[in-house]
Design a binder for this molecule. Sequence first.
Ligand code: SAM
Ligand code: MD0
Ligand code: SF4
Length: 366
Amino acid sequence: MKELNQKPNLDVILDKALKRQNLSCKEILFLLTLSTENDLRKLFAVARSLRDRNFNRKIFLYGFVYFSTWCRNACTFCGYRSSNSQMPRYRRTEEEIWDAVLRLQESGVHLVDLTMGEDPYYHRKQGFDPLLNLVRQIKRETDLSVMISPGLISKQLLEQFSSAGADWYACYQETYNKSLFRRLRVGQSFQQRLVSKLQAAQVGLLVEEGLLLGVGESLENIASAMQRMQILGAQQVRAMSFIPQPGSPLESLPSPDRQRELITIAVFRLLFPDKLIPASLDIDGISGLADRLAAGANVITSLIPPNAGFAGVAQHSKDINEGYRTVAGIMPVIRSLGLEIATIEEYSHWISEQKDMLISVKQGSR
Ligand code: SAM
Ligand code: MD0
Ligand code: SF4
């Protein structure tokens, strides 16, 4: 009883994390409230040491292909919500997408993330056959891993993508607070979005889950969301700071202080020491990369081929045509931190190990 009432102690908690012991909600919350320079330095150092112990200072690279910016939904934080006329809209042809995939492959990424708004063209009219074919072609003709970010799709479609060779399903809950979810993903079902991730895992896809920061959540919300994400068993977990989008309902909500995202990345690392945590170029571009890696991230996401007309999500044009969201553009940052880019074999090896774990969990639950 005495122990339960004790005030959390940073060194004790960090030591527990280093020993891979579970952290309580109270301990997670305590970490999220850290603010002094000294405490943050200790937190980030432990996060890096857990990353480097598990990944040998190797970083993974994800190319981002936002092939359709049309969307039927009305998320209040997103510039691409259906009614917003102030965003660039396009739907790329299969040839243009394939071209971007090849450019990304040549540049040295490990994975391509095929992303779209919930474009009615695919979700209602045409169906997903063109995309399934594209995934098959990527797996047949390249060594790349494939992530799909199509929004909410049925279990049957998830199964088809898995059979076509897709490795990952990305679908971010943004928050585990149901009333906040209703305000963010207006008209969408919290439960369905969550269940789609469980279904993805059942059909053999790895899952990426994510939280949006600076949209009205409390630190308690973040701490309990992190615990829910541990139960979900996602293999990649992310946090993105909200970027206000012109023409959207939240356009005048200020972007949060980046310290919140850095601390969240570090705490994720303590809770998911051997999983993947992105440093997205889609929030602060190249200038935000070093801090995110120094907080314990081990994947660089949102690498985009320049001058091909492909957009980012939160930052639709930042640093893209300048060539900073490319493998060549990020290399100086990697080197300055004493990190290395993993080989494509190292990445595929990690993926197949994780998939084997999915299968054994499934067999164990029979
Ligand atoms: N349309 C699909 C969906 O929503 O699942 C796939 C797109 S997914 C890449 C879009 C993600 O980008 C959102 O889940 C959210 O986490 C992030 N995002 C969107 N708008 C953002 C903004 N204004 N600031 C920061 N992140 C944002
Ligand atoms: C990123 N803009 O990695 C992308 C996107 C979708 N799976 C990922 C949010 O930051
Ligand atoms: Fe559409 Fe995705 Fe933007 Fe929501 S976050 S409006 S689903 S593109």
